[in-house]
Ligand binder design. Structure first.
Ligand code: ZN
Length: 123
């Protein structure tokens, strides 16, 4: 599994075999993770401040998306500021959990190094 596929599918960053988040998705605990990977024993539950970096990634995602939507609506479609803002609110609400989870997945993949031999080990 390559890096982008591992991030997109929320896999363990170290072995890219097991899921990072607990499934099925729980609306009340959208960021609930396994304590550690069952395949490579990588610990996922870190100190509380560890995932602050993921917040910065989600902030960058949201700012870029808002600017792109506003620019497209106002410059290309010639929408009003209010209409563009309403669309941004709708898109933000619909993508909220996705942005949270993909940002955390990106962050752990940046921080934890992939070990290819662990990913090749039979389950
Ligand atoms: Zn693992």
């Amino acid at each position: 599994m390559n890096l982008l596929s591992s991030i997109w599918n929320y896999k363990c960053p170290r072995c890219r075999k097991e899921d990072f988040f607990v499934s099925p998705f729980n609306l009340q605990k959208p960021l609930k993770m396994h304590e550690k990977c069952s395949h490579c024993e990588q610990v996922f539950e870190q100190k509380s401040a560890y995932y602050y970096g993921a917040m910065m990634i989600s902030y960058i995602w949201i700012v870029c998306a808002c600017l792109a939507i506003a620019g497209f609506c106002m410059l290309v479609l010639d929408w009003s500021v209010e209409g563009s803002f309403l669309l941004i609110l709708i898109v933000s609400a619909l993508s909220y959990f996705f942005i949270l989870r993909i940002s955390r997945s990106m962050y752990v993949h940046m921080d934890i190094k992939y070990e290819k031999e662990l990913g090749l080990k039979p389950e």
